[in-house]
Each structure stands twice: as C-alpha cells, then as structure tokens.
Design a protein around this ligand. Structure first.
Ligand SMILES: [Zn+2]
Length: 622
C-alpha cells in the first residue's frame, strides 16, 4: 500500500484556499419547520448510540449480504450537517467520538467495513464503503482532521486494488440492481479527487462511469431518455429484489448525484444531460402530489397510479435522495424549479416521515392508512431511513439562504428565521418574519454592517398564480412566478422587503379521486376529526370550479394546520341539503401519532353521478 504522505499538505492548501468568500455564516429557523428540525437533531442525531453503529465494523463477520455498514456513514453525514446548523458542542463531541471509533476499526490493508474477508465485495459491501468514505470526507471538511482524510484514502486505495481499472473485476457485479449500489461510490471518489488532486482517483471515477455503461451495467447515460420504470422491465422468473431489477429508486438517483459531481470535474455535458433527462422523467412519471415516490423502493410509473392504495410507498431514503438530487441540480443550474420541488417534498413527504414526538422516522409514508415504526435492520437498532433522514432535515437550513456569488444572496425558503450572511467583505443580517405557508406574507429586514450594493434574490414559487414584492413600500416590477426576482440595489440598515404570495386552494382530480392542496401543502382527512369515514366517497361543494373553500379551523393538538371544506358525503346524501363541513389537516400532521387505530387519506374517492356525467363540474360542483 502506497502511503500518500505528500498529498496531505496539498489537501490542506486546497481546503484553506477553497474557503468561500461568501457564505451563510449562521442561520436559525423557527416556526413549525424549525421545531421539526430541532426535534430531529435532538432525538435522531444526538440521541443515536454511536457504539451501536460501530459494532458491525468491529465484528467484521457479515456473510449474508446485509447493509449494516451504511448506518455510520448515513448518520454521521446528518450529524455533520446538523452541527453546521446548530453548532452544538455536545454534537461535535459525538461526531469526533464516532470518527475516532470508526477509524480504530480500519484493518492494516485499509479495509473499513463489516464484511468477513471472504465475503468482501459481495452484497452491500461497496455500497457501505461509499457511506464510510462520504462520512470520513465530511468529518475532514468539518474538523480538518487529517486522520479522517488518511483513513478515507487508505480505504479508497484498498478498494481500487480490488475493483479498480485492470483488476478484471466488474464493479457493477458488486451488488444488486444492475450494480447501481456499488456504482454510486462515484460521488465520494470525485470528492477524494477534489481533496487530494490524486490522478488515480479521477482515473477510478472515469472507470466507474465506464462500468455504468458496461455490458451488465445500468446504462445510466445511454438509457437516460427511457422512463425510469421501463429501463429494465422484469422478465418472467426475475425477482424484484434482484440484480436484474434496474428500477431501484434511490440507488439510481445516488448514481446521478455522482455523475453530477463528474460533470463539475470534467464539464462533460453528457453527464449533466443524462441527469437532467432522468430528473424530467422522474418529475413527469414518478413524483406524487406530496413530493415522494416509489413502491417497494422502485420506480413503477407511480404518478398516474398514486390514488390507489399501494404497497410500501415513499421510502424516506427515496425522499431524501430526491431532495439531494434537486439540490445538486439547483447548485449547478441555479434554476428555481428545483427549490420548488424541495419545498413540496419538505412540507409533505419529509415532514410526514417524522413521528410527532420526533423519536422515529418512518420507513414508508403511505398516502392513506397509517404509519408505523420501521424494523431494526442487520442486527443494529436502527434502519436505513432513521439513519438517512436527518440529512434531509439538516439540508433545509443549508438551502434556506444561499450565496451563489459574491454579490448575491438567494432567499429560497420562507420560514421565520434569521441569517447572518458574509458577502465578500460585508456582513448582512436578514430577519424573516412570516407565517408562510399559513398565509403568503413574508417580511424581510435587511441590515448590512455598512451600506452595500448587492443582489437579494427571492424565489417566487412556481405554484402561485400571483406574487408582489415591495422594497420599503415601493413595488418592484418584473415578478415572474417560478423564477427568482433579483433586487439589485444599495442596501441600508433597516430596509424592508415584503413578498406577498397568493396561496391558492386547489382540488386535484385523478380519475375518480380528488385531493386538496393549499399553496405547497397537501391536505388529508384524518379519522381523529371524528367527522365521518376517511374512505367514504365525497363530492366537493365549491364556490368555483376546482377551487375549494377552505376555512381555517382550530388545529387538533399536535397538528399544524386544519381547515374545513363543504362536501356532500356518501352515496345517500342529497346535494341540495346534505352539505357537511369536512375537516382536513396538512398531510404531514395526518396520522402523526402513528396510532394504528386511526386512519388518514389524501386521495378521496369521488361520488359517481350518472345524471351529471359522473362528476363533471356543474353549478359549482364537480
Ligand atoms: Zn430507507
């Protein structure tokens, strides 16, 4: 094993030089979203036993193709992102402890993992190494510990001796699902090249991309124009959980995240194009109303089937990886539409994943029924989603405000918050007061340390029909929904920016089902309201076609938003005189106690009336 001692000073130099001149120095989110993030950090990140995660790496006795080696890397990435947000000394100590204990398990040949020597490279071993590498790199970037970088180098060097160019072994055969799990090691390999400048890592990254296109590989470049659920239709006798299934959702997106990093390194447009095409397919065919996707963890053309009760939908690992895919594309393209999607997923699929006491994160989030605690996996008291989801919660503060250049601040999310932003030599304090999305009013006070010429860019959500922006009471022209409004001016202490977003209520119809939305929030019936059966047919009684009347009501304890809306319900009701006020709450709050005696439902069955052609909008009714 070569010792790359000369690499370390170079890596340090890169880290020091690479420090951005503009950055969000600190941000604090309040309100509902802030509370959920704080709860996740306290219970799921700080509350996690490190020793539990380390144990499999000490035992190194895995012979059954399991994935215990992913938990440490998933958890610590969430921990590092959480620490960057809350700067808790307790959390930092925990991260250092986890880093030290993991490195202590490294074998003389460089291996870090839980697989028995004879069984290395099988099952989820390479996938687990990916998370280990990512975790070590994130530790190094946070704390500058060269031990972490060195451990990552030794693990990667060892891996290259096993599956690198010239070894004759195919990476795409080191796992299931057309090799997508092991091929997703591409992302940390590109990061290792960034950190060290070692050409061998770039060569290995290129080799991984070739393996993607290899004989049995997933062909993520050449099949990028094929719908994601139809790239490898399963033939008779091929199993769902098999090598032949090329539709595994988050493993596929993880590979595209790696390809986007390759695009940043090489500027090869084919990598970006393949990722964009796949993102479009996922958007058009898979992502459901709540911003989640997949059944039994795979693409299945789920968007047009989402109204049907479906097995194991919306794995939280898929939810996180979708947000991650959107985040990387936003970083590269700067397009507001990616934040629109993160916003939808955040308010709905992600917030629905966490139990009301923050003690657990769910594995699957059905659109109807109930949620329940996931199983412990691989003899560790955790599962993939509990380990992974804190990364999604900790992503929110990171994207709420961004500095894409030295003269621009993006305000991406509307959450009561304060942020201290360094913009070149200037420091700008932002205070955001809002009840968004309960209403659409957002007021931002801008306080630079000195009068400053800068751009403040507001994301105007794509789902709103109308928004207006004022600065110190004067309307700003050029507001376009789905785009950033860039306000370029000299900012003085106390300048006030106000954004007023129309918060439309909508009824969405899919075949003989309807769902209610308000702004970015999906609503659901919940049996805890005790106002009828959640599975019963309804007929919305709205004042305008497709626009329901939603009246705010007192929320149930432990829930966020509640509304009532007029409907007739059941097949016996008379549309003239049997209108009731049906309760709806935000989807995330529906069923959030994980009490299996209660039920909730997003897609409500629509009453069929032959007299009115089965549901044509007539006289303000459907
Ligand atoms: Zn999972």
């Amino acid at each position: 094993m070569k010792r790359m001692i000369f690499i370390l000073p170079f890596a340090f130099a890169l880290t020091a030089q690479g420090a951005p001149k503009s950055e969000v120095e600190s941000v604090k989110l309040g309100g509902y979203i802030g509370t959920q993030i704080d709860g996740c950090i306290e219970k799921r990140v700080i509350g996690q036993s490190v020793d539990e995660l380390i144990e499999p790496f000490k035992l190194q006795d895995e012979v059954n193709n399991r994935w215990a080696s992913e938990f440490w890397g998933k958890w610590i990435q969430g921990a590092v992102s959480s620490y960057r947000y809350n700067k808790s000394p307790e959390l930092l100590a925990k991260i250092e402890d986890a880093e030290k204990k993991l490195i202590a398990t490294q074998l003389p040949d460089g291996y870090i993992g839980d697989y028995d020597t004879e069984h290395q490279l099988k099952g989820w071993d390479v996938w687990g190494r990916k998370y280990t590498l990512l975790g070590l790199i994130k530790c190094y970037r946070l704390m500058g510990h060269k031990e972490a970088l060195k451990a990552a180098q030794r693990l990667l060097d060892y891996t290259i001796t096993q599956i690198g160019p010239g070894t004759g072994r195919h990476i795409n055969r080191c796992g299931m699902y057309r090799g997508m799990p092991p091929l997703s090691i591409l992302e940390p390999v590109t990061f290792m090249y960034n950190e060290t400048g070692d050409q061998r890592y770039l060569d290995f990254a290129k080799h991984i991309v070739e393996e993607m296109e290899g004989a049995e590989g997933p062909k993520l470049l050449t099949k990028a124009d094929v719908p994601v659920s139809m790239r490898y239709p399963l033939q008779e006798g091929q199993g769902w959980w098999s090598f032949e299934n090329g539709q595994k959702g988050y493993e596929m997106m993880s590979c595209y995240v790696g390809l986007l990093e390759m695009y940043r390194l090489t500027a090869n447009a084919q990598y970006l194009q393949a990722a964009l095409s796949t993102w479009n397919h996922i958007m058009q065919e898979e992502i459901n109303i709540t911003g989640g996707a997949c059944s039994l963890e795979c693409w299945y053309g789920g968007q047009r089937l989402q109204q049907l009760p479906t097995a194991h939908t919306m794995e939280t690992c898929v939810t996180f990886t979708w947000m991650q895919f959107c985040e990387r594309l936003h970083e590269i393209t700067g397009e507001a539409k990616y934040i629109d999607q993160i916003e939808r997923t955040m308010y709905n699929a992600l917030m629905a994943s966490i139990k009301d006491d923050h003690s657990q994160i769910v594995k699957y989030v059905p659109l109807e029924g109930f949620r329940r605690e996931g199983e412990h996996q691989c003899d560790v008291k955790i599962n993939c989603c509990n380990a992974n989801a804190p990364r999604a919660f900790a992503m929110i503060p990171r994207i709420a405000y961004r500095t894409p250049s030295e003269s621009r601040i993006d305000v991406n999310l509307y959450i009561p918050s304060s942020a201290k932003v360094k913009l070149g030599k200037r420091t700008i304090q932002l205070e955001q007061a809002t009840h968004y999305p309960q209403d659409g009013q957002v007021d931002i006070t801008v306080t630079p340390d000195k009068e400053t010429q800068a751009q403040l860019a507001l994301r105007i959500p794509g789902w709103t029909p109308k928004a207006t922006v004022t600065v110190n009471g004067e309307e700003v022209q050029g507001v376009t929904t789905g785009q950033y409004l860039v306000i370029d001016r000299t900012w003085k202490a106390g300048d006030k920016v106000s954004l007023a977003v129309d918060m439309p209520s909508r009824i969405v119809r899919l075949e003989q089902f309807v769902a209610y939305e308000r702004g970015p929030v999906v609503l659901a019936r919940d049996s805890r309201f005790n106002d009828g059966f959640v599975d019963e047919v309804i007929m919305p009684a709205s004042t305008q076609n497709g626009t329901p009347t939603l009246t705010p009501a007192t929320p149930m304890p432990g829930t966020w938003m509640t509304f009532t809306t007029p409907v007739i319900h059941g097949t016996y009701s008379d549309r003239q005189c049997d209108i009731i006020q049906m309760h709806l709450c935000d989807f995330a709050s529906a069923g959030n106690q994980w009490d299996e005696k209660t039920r909730y439902r997003v897609w409500l069955p629509l009453l069929y009336e032959p007299m009115y052609k089965g549901g044509t909008a007539i006289n303000g009714y459907w």
